[in-house]
Design a protein around this ligand. Structure first.
Ligand code: ZN
Length: 1203
């Protein structure tokens, strides 16, 4: 803003403030500063744009000069001069503030505008009789400035004008034009809750109720202003309490009903919505919600919403009414006896074996101001990242000492057989034998010979599993997972032949009755749930498998049902699963086409929420029948006829309870992570007995994240057995009417993690199943089980070319649950036995990759699948890549979590990716040993060149990396960075830059290299800090889609995820070529294979052409997910509404008569404005004012669009 204007403004404001100067000297000073102010305004063309406006300025200035000159020479007319000056100033201010944007008003506020205007009001109000020609424009200015000044209420209190306004309003109860002006300012003052409370104490609410009730269509403008002021006052909790105890809530409901019924032609939407806003604020307090329920508020609002749904332009009413309904819906606990996981796992050693216990019934008595709390929580969540950055330079740079005795590292030597001295002898033995040996050592049955015996005593979970059995004593209920160690030590060569499958099932049949602890069959007892009856008769499972396998086309790459079956038998789950999910067994083949993101239907959430509320209003319609319950299984019942049958007792399955709500609607409850009472997000279950052409609605009612990609076009996935048997074995994105919103369920349990888990959200979707009486599976995302991974590794090993691909599968360690965590070593076989080639082999830099520490992130496994398949492939690029690196890969860091259907944690109930600083060898064995192996590599000077941990991100789009940078962290945190002291290799940016160019799903702009305090114990940060790995990353893959590039607008499928995994490898090769010294041979090969520059520029161009401005987060959802959150708009932040109200009122007031609001919504005419521009009085009576008619006649800025 121009400087002149700035100083001019200041002068104007101070003039206003001190306009009661009594002396001549004062008056002279007065005149001169006013003139200066006006000159400033006039001189700066910016504020008063056009030539016409400049003329106004000049006119005004001349006028003022005249008046003031005459005033200083003739004192009797001084007071009239005073008035003129004031009116002129008000006029100029009004001019100034009516044009342009709110920025100008903000400027006036910053220069003390509010204070000056308030003081002017205090003085003007003292005049007897009150001079409304000054008061009214002053009040209008106050309303407009005040609503944009966050501290206006406090300023008003400080200037002691709140009472002034109240008494002005009281005196003008009969004069609606004057009253309205007072109400506007009252409303603006009440935006500050403290001021609002003071006004309440001084009787503001009684005053307003006098204006708004009983229902009448006379003076609608005044009623509207009063209701809006009342809504603002009710934001203060003491006011709300007072309103409830005085019975105003019932009165408001009655008024709302009257307006609703009488406003047939929807002329008074503002009034109806204003009343709803009053109710919305009152119901922020517990007492308000109770009274609302007691006054049949739910029924009244629900009925009115039903009426409004048909009408047009009633969204503001519907939205506000639904917010109130959702808030007042009585809170309930989940329909479970306890929220703690159905599965409990006794922990080894002294570790706390009990899952977090549930707190005593505390109800909501401690949560009186619930809404307030929501705000705090959401605030914390959203601001988390900014305040969380690590700014302690020493911490960022520190390299803590080893977290274990150095001798312990020796055991990891065995995990680097590629470095062994006797390599020549070992590796060139018969490949066949080697192959067999490798497989044997990967089986859980063989004690891992490469881990020294001392360590296995100390760390192996086997020992404590035995101890645990003896210590805890027999527990019939928990028998199943306490299968003793001996069971696994028996020689079981999980062979993948059909007879084995048969035997297993026969044994299972026997084992079921005998239940002997040592019966080896217990781990074999696997069955396939029978497929649809018209496909196969209900048969003995073994026959069924055989029969089915005859049908299997075997055309799914890297999948074999037999391999799967064999691996699945060796899996140890806590519930001792005996069933296989068909999709995992049969396999998944990516569909030929990817599916676009789902267009969200208008008002879908609104309709779903109303359906939920209808349950309360019309309870008779609700069936409420539990049809599936893990906690209380009813083994014999074949299922209720006409009702879906649910099942999820299989690997990665997660469904705890299913309740039929209406004929085709089910509420589903997910199980919490083992030994925990939270982390519900992942789901995977089976459904059968469906009808054709019926849309079934599923509500997953205990989700925990506060938003989800399900609100942005993501669909869950569906697998149909009938489709699979007809040759289309695939998971497909499915479902419509999908949305995700906060529901009325609350968790009363203490979670031990602050406020997390306190609220629940519903994911709702509807599905039309492709076939009648099919067996279908529904999941959060493409499932990828532990057995899938293990059998995949078997297939990979078989398929590789042993002459070219060095492949070694070992067991990193056993998990808590007794499952092996595989460790892979992949590189190229040495080209020959010559010393040179062997040396090249041993000296290749390491790349360390991991995935699936978080079990719910199955997308990470699909990316890893792509990486592995590429690495062992015959692709010449893969060949070259293998010659460049030795890959150490842990494809599944949390097998137990994956097996047991967890979303986030391991069996200990810990998030394993928060244990890297000090992993516990007993509780977090996979992390402990992964870190140990990394320590070992560092200790022999072979820390990896690149470390990457694959994850999935549930809230963001794209695939991207999180890396670590000291400088970027400090800059982002606003710290001064002494670049001379802190030097940093920017090499961490190279790989993501390359990936941005070569991988279509990858987006550099989504990457971040900041080190957060809350992430200090993640793999990425610890490997960066403690192992000194510059390129230490977390790779996040979306569950949904990409914001730009080739996959913009399509939902990623397994094919796209796998592609990402292979492109990651390509990125590594390019990184190698760019940043490491390469032999001429490698370079020549690379040059042949990749026309690098071309490849890169080609991609870049394609990307550019389709890229748009990157926004990191999703835009606000079209419908409020959380009805209590800050984001719930009242429309009160929308300043233009009150501005318009003021303008409309001016046009109406010209005639000094209120004509029942018929002109509401009309824009004001310039004629009307002319008279009211400065003064509230009719134009004729203020002819003395120089600023009037002629000047303003030229002024038409208002006509088109006020502000
Ligand atoms: Zn993760």
């Amino acid at each position: 803003m121009a400087e002149q204007e700035a100083s001019g403004l200041q002068v104007l404001l101070s003039t206003l403030q001190f306009h009661r100067s009594e002396t001549d000297a004062g008056n002279r000073c007065y005149a001169s500063i006013t003139e200066a102010a006006l000159r400033a305004v006039w001189a700066s063309k910016k504020p008063l744009g056009s030539a016409g406006e400049v003329r106004i300025g000049r006119f005004a200035m001349n006028g003022t000069r005249q008046r003031c000159q005459s005033a200083s020479s003739a004192s009797p007319s001084r007071s009239s001069c005073d008035k003129d000056v004031i009116l002129n100033i008000l006029g100029v201010l009004t001019d100034l503030l009516s044009l342009g944007t709110g920025r100008r008003i903000q400027y006036v506020i910053s220069k003390g505008g509010s204070e000056a205007l308030l003081q002017a009001l205090a003085i003007a109000a003292q005049a007897k009789p009150p001079d409304h020609s000054i008061l009214l424009p002053l009040l209008r200015l106050l309303a407009r400035v005040g609503q944009r000044d966050r501290k206006f209420g406090l300023k008003a209190q400080k200037s002691e004008v709140t009472d002034t306004i109240l008494s002005l309003a009281r005196r003008n109860l009969g004069h609606h034009l004057h009253l309205i002006h007072c109400l506007w300012v009252l409303r603006v003052c009440a935006y500050n809750v403290t001021t609002g409370a003071t006004l309440g104490i001084n009787g503001a609410m009684e005053l307003l109720f006098k204006v708004i009730s009983p229902y009448s269509k006379r003076h609608v403008r005044t009623v509207r202003a009063a209701i809006e002021a009342l809504a603002a006052l009710l934001k203060s909790k003491p006011n709300s309490r007072q309103a409830v105890s005085r019975g105003y809530l019932g009165e408001l409901l009655r008024l709302y009903q009257d307006w609703h019924h009488n406003d047939v032609s929807n002329h008074y939407i503002y009034i109806r919505r204003g009343l709803l806003l009053c109710l919305k604020h009152i119901t922020n307090i517990q007492m308000g919600r109770e009274t609302f329920l007691g006054s049949r508020g739910m029924e009244i609002l629900f009925a009115s919403v039903q009426d409004c749904l048909a009408g047009k332009n009633l969204d503001s009413i519907i939205t506000t009414a639904i917010q109130i309904l959702r808030k007042c819906y009585p809170k309930e606990s989940l329909p479970l006896r306890r929220v703690t996981s159905s599965y409990c796992f006794p922990l080894p050693g002294n570790a706390k074996a009990e899952p977090p216990c549930e707190a005593s019934e505390s109800d909501e008595s401690d949560g009186e101001e619930e809404a307030e709390k929501y705000l705090d929580i959401e605030d914390v969540e959203s601001k988390d990242e900014d305040y969380d950055l690590e700014t302690d330079v020493t911490k960022l740079r520190s390299q803590p000492v080893l977290d274990r005795p150095e001798e312990e590292l020796e055991q990891y030597e065995a995990m680097c057989p590629e470095l062994a001295q006797k390599f020549q002898v070992l590796e060139f033995e018969s490949e066949e034998e080697k192959c067999l040996e490798n497989r044997t050592e990967s089986l859980p049955s063989t004690p891992s010979h490469f881990v020294p015996s001392a360590a296995s005593v100390k760390h192996s979970n086997c020992k404590w599993r035995n101890q645990c059995v003896t210590e805890m004593g027999p527990d019939p209920g928990k028998n199943e997972f306490r299968v003793p160690f001996q069971c696994w030590t028996k020689e079981e060569k999980c062979r993948w032949d059909q007879t084995d499958g048969k035997r297993g099932n026969e044994e299972a049949a026997q084992g079921a009755s005998s239940c002997e602890e040592e019966h080896p069959a217990r781990s074999h007892a696997f069955a396939l749930r029978p497929p649809p009856e018209d496909v196969a008769e209900r048969l003995e499972s073994s026959d069924l498998v055989t029969k089915l396998l005859e049908k299997h086309q075997g055309d799914i790459p890297f999948h074999s049902p037999l391999f799967y079956l064999a691996r699945a038998k060796c899996v140890k789950s806590i519930p001792s699963y005996k069933d296989l999910a068909f999709p995992d067994f049969w396999g998944h083949q990516a569909p030929p086409h990817s599916k676009p993101v789902l267009e969200r239907n208008y008002g879908v959430q609104r309709d779903k929420v109303l359906d939920d509320i209808r349950r309360l209003i019309q309870p008779g319609d609700v069936i409420g029948r539990t049809v599936f319950d893990v906690d209380e299984p009813s083994p014999s019942s074949p299922g209720v006829p006409g009702c879906l049958q649910f099942f999820s007792q299989f690997e990665s399955g997660n469904l705890r309870k299913a309740i039929q709500v209406r004929e085709f609607e089910y509420d589903l409850v997910m199980n919490a992570d083992v030994n925990s009472n939270q982390h519900h997000q992942w789901f995977y279950f089976e459904v059968r007995e469906m009808k054709l052409a019926v849309s079934y609605r599923f509500n997953i009612i205990n989700c925990e994240k506060f938003n989800s990609q399900f609100n942005y076009g993501m669909q869950p996935v569906l697998y149909s057995v009938k489709e699979a048997l007809q040759g289309r074995p695939r998971w497909l994105r499915a479902g419509h009417d999908i949305c995700y919103y906060k529901n009325h369920y609350r968790c009363r349990a203490a979670t031990g993690e602050g406020t997390r888990g306190k609220f629940y959200y519903t994911l709702t979707f509807s599905i039309k199943f492709p076939h009648k009486d099919d067996v279908c599976y529904l999941a959060y995302h493409y499932p990828y089980t532990y057995s899938t991974m293990m059998s995949h590794l078997d297939m990979l090993e078989q398929s590789r070319n042993p002459k070219k691909v060095y492949w070694r599968q070992q067991t990193l360690c056993q998990t808590l649950g007794g499952n092996g965590c595989p460790l892979l070593t992949i590189t190229a076989m040495p080209e020959s036995k010559t010393g040179e080639d062997l040396e090249q082999f041993c000296s290749r830099p390491y790349v360390f990759l991991m995935a699936r520490v978080h079990p719910g992130e199955s997308n990470a496994s699909w990316v890893m699948k792509g990486t592995l398949e590429f690495l062992v492939s015959t692709d010449p690029i893969a060949d070259l890549l293998r010659k460049c690196f030795i890959f150490k890969i842990i494809p599944m860091l949390n097998p137990d979590g994956v097996i047991n259907g967890n979303h986030r944690c391991s069996l200990s109930g810990d998030d394993l990716n928060r244990q890297w600083l000090t992993p516990n060898s007993q509780l977090h064995p996979t992390i402990y040993h992964a870190k140990g192996l990394l320590y070992y590599l560092r200790s022999i000077g072979r820390a990896p060149l690149v470390f990457c941990d694959y994850h999935g991100h549930s809230q963001k789009k794209n695939v991207f990396l999180y890396g670590c940078s000291i400088k970027e962290t400090l800059w982002q945190a606003g710290c001064m960075v002494d670049t001379a002291v802190i030097t940093e290799d920017v090499g961490y940016r190279t790989l993501p830059k390359i990936l941005d160019k070569v991988a279509p799903a990858f987006v550099m702009n989504s990457c971040s290299f900041l080190v957060e305090k809350s992430r200090e114990s993640t793999a990425r940060v610890v490997v960066w800090k403690e192992m000194g790995v510059l390129r230490s990353y977390t790779m996040e893959s979306t569950y949904c889609s990409c914001s730009h590039g080739l996959y913009k607008g399509v939902q990623l499928g397994t094919q796209e995820l796998e592609e990402m995994g292979s492109k990651f490898c390509l990125g590594l090769l390019i990184l190698h070529l760019k940043s490491l010294p390469c032999s001429q041979k490698v370079m020549a090969q690379a040059a042949l294979l990749l026309d690098l520059e071309e490849e890169i520029t080609d991609r870049a161009q394609r990307r550019c052409s389709s890229s748009s401005l990157e926004t990191d987060d999703e835009p606000p959802c079209v419908e409020e997910i959380d009805y209590n959150a800050d984001s719930c708009s009242d429309g009160e932040e929308d300043f233009s509404e009150l501005d318009q109200e003021i303008q409309e009122c001016l046009s109406w007031a010209e005639g000094e008569r209120e004509d029942e609001g018929a002109t509401m919504g009309q824009t004001c005419s310039s004629k009307a404005l002319r008279g009211l521009y400065i003064s509230g009085q009719p134009a004729s009576s203020s002819a003395a004012l120089p600023l009037h008619s002629p000047a303003l006649g030229m002024y038409s800025g208002f006509e088109s669009s006020p502000v």
